[in-house]
Design a protein around this ligand. Structure first.
Ligand code: NAP
Length: 478
């Protein structure tokens, strides 16, 4: 493990924490300590803001083309080192090699996409209807952005924010998840080599997340807080952002329904569910959480899906042939085990898996539960693991109502052989994203995000850039 991976990165320098404390980062596959990392303090957070403040004027003044070219170089260098990044993701997060490479590619695309979008931020010129004054409307960099990321995608949840922030001309402080800070630190040499100046990006691992993020949001220099994580923490950050009216972007939890209509292609739907449920071993905000199959298709669908799940091999994510790696920590594994026991005790039938292995390592096997009763806890809360909870339905209107019966609204999936039915159902679903005959919606070119308590704002697409910009309008006497 290179030395710099256990430091803070502030103003272009690697530093120990202000109080000299460190915290452990574990390998979830065997519970050994990979390394220790400096534990950032409130003083370190203020040093990050000082660095971001000094770097802001010159970075914001660079031409969009120059900023875009820095990001494009970052993409090229990143792609040369993608295997190393993927390996580090597996080491600290536990996911299997294929999931790690999948994430690493997705993560890199945010450098390329926002290298291209940096030069496409246009305003407009218009005439005021009554006065005849000219209305000149333009987008300006919003200022210093605090980026807080979760452990489930240690690279992608960072680059999905860093790409648009740097393209817009913002400077940033990144607070990565304490379980997985290493991947974010490993991006630094790539960004430095690509030409990102000191202070434009600062990285602050910290076990005192509430204190350091709270202190930064209380500082008037911060203009954006972009958070990905649980709805519970998102609410706290919205409260904290309110005092200084900091612009929030919130990518929060999900409880995705996966609807298989009576006219769906069973094989395609089962394959789609493998992606929607098992990508990242279920540790995804987009993971299918409530699976609704038309009662006429229950048996063939459950059989087809269970057969696919039974082929998956669980083990150390670094080993060739592993499909399902380790979960990130004991708490996540125990919560999943609790959900399965609760559902089974209430009447669900175990078609596959359902038995928690002994350690070492935080493993849980691919599990299929059928006939899950409505009162099972796993239907209300994010499972965040390799457990598929299947129910049936008989009527289209009934299933739309059941799918919408949640405080979340991130993503929903619909499988049908009739596109007009699919579009009709999609439009009635209260979700920010719909996978229609697809089990994957994430795409750097598309606006990712949720409605209701799944969040505010969008990442990716054209929309992602706007989160880091402010609109200014000049009323001019022509
Ligand atoms: P989390 O517990 O909310 O933590 C996310 C980040 O917030 C971590 O960096 C964490 O730091 C930090 N944090 C925790 N408490 C904080 C506080 N009081 N103030 C400021 N920061 C705080 O979420 P997680 O368990 O890492 O991630 C899983 C959740 O993320 C799931 O709910 C999932 O659905 C959601 N997610 C959403 C999306 C999306 O795009 N909508 C994508 C991925 C994940 P520490 O690690 O130091 O505690």
């Amino acid at each position: 493990m290179p030395d710099f991976l256990n430091k803070l990165y502030i103003g272009g320098e690697w530093r120990d924490g202000d109080n000299g404390k460190v915290f452990d980062v574990l390998n979830p596959a065997d519970e050994t300590v990979l390394t220790t990392v400096a534990d950032g303090t409130v003083e370190d957070a203020m040093a990050c803001l000082d660095a971001a403040e000094s770097a802001f004027p010159s970075w914001a003044a660079r031409s969009p083309r120059e900023r875009g070219e820095v990001l494009r170089r970052a993409f090229d260098i990143y792609m040369e080192r993608i295997e190393d990044i993927a390996r580090l993701i597996t080491l600290e997060n536990g996911k299997a090699g294929a999931d790690a490479i999948g994430e690493a590619k997705y993560a890199g695309e945010f450098f390329r996409w926002y290298a291209e979008e940096a030069v496409r931020s246009v305003g407009y010129l218009g005439m005021a209807p009554s006065s005849g004054a000219r209305l000149m409307v333009q987008q300006k960099p919003a200022g210093i952005a605090v980026l807080v990321t979760p452990w489930n995608y240690p690279a992608a949840m960072g680059t999905r924010k860093i790409g648009p922030a740097l393209a817009a001309g913002c400077t940033v402080v990144v607070k990565p998840a304490s379980e997985t800070p290493l991947t974010m630190l490993a991006l630094v040499p790539i960004l430095e080599e690509a030409g990102v100046p000191p202070g434009v990006i600062n990285i602050l691992p910290s076990r005192s997340s509430g204190a350091v993020v709270g202190a930064m949001l209380a500082d008037r220099r911060v203009r954006v807080v972009s958070f990905t994580g649980s709805t519970e923490v998102g609410r706290k950050l919205l409260h904290a952002a309110a005092d200084n009216v900091v612009k929030p972007a919130m990518e929060l939890g999900g409880n995705a329904p996966f609807i298989v209509c009576h006219d769906a292609d069973v094989e395609a739907a089962a394959e789609g569910l493998m992606v929607a449920k098992m990508r990242n071993l279920g540790e995804a905000c987009t993971a299918a959480n409530r699976i609704y199959v038309h009662e006429n298709l229950e048996e063939p669908f459950v059989d087809a899906f269970t057969a696919k799940m039974a082929k998956l091999k669980m083990g150390d994510g670094l080993k060739t042939g592993t499909d399902v790696g380790a979960l990130v920590n004991a708490e996540t594994r125990d919560k999943i085990d609790h959900f399965v026991r609760d559902a089974v005790q209430k009447g669900a039938k175990v078609k596959l898996g359902g038995i928690r292995p002994n350690g070492p390592g935080f493993f849980y096997p691919p599990t299929v539960l059928a006939e899950v009763p409505d009162n099972a806890e796993c239907l209300r809360d994010e499972i965040f693991g390799p457990v598929a909870a299947i129910q049936t339905f008989s009527d289209e209107n009934e299933i739309i109502e059941r799918a919408n019966d949640t405080e979340y609204g991130l993503v929903a999936y619909v499988y049908t052989g009739d596109m007009s039915r699919g579009l009709r159902i999609s439009e009635q679903l209260e979700f920010g994203m719909i996978g229609l005959n697809r089990g994957l919606v994430s795409d750097p070119a598309a606006p990712f995000g949720g409605v209701k308590q799944s969040g505010l704002g969008r990442e990716g697409g054209k929309e992602g850039l706007l989160e880091f910009q402010e609109t200014q309008y000049i009323s001019a006497e022509w």
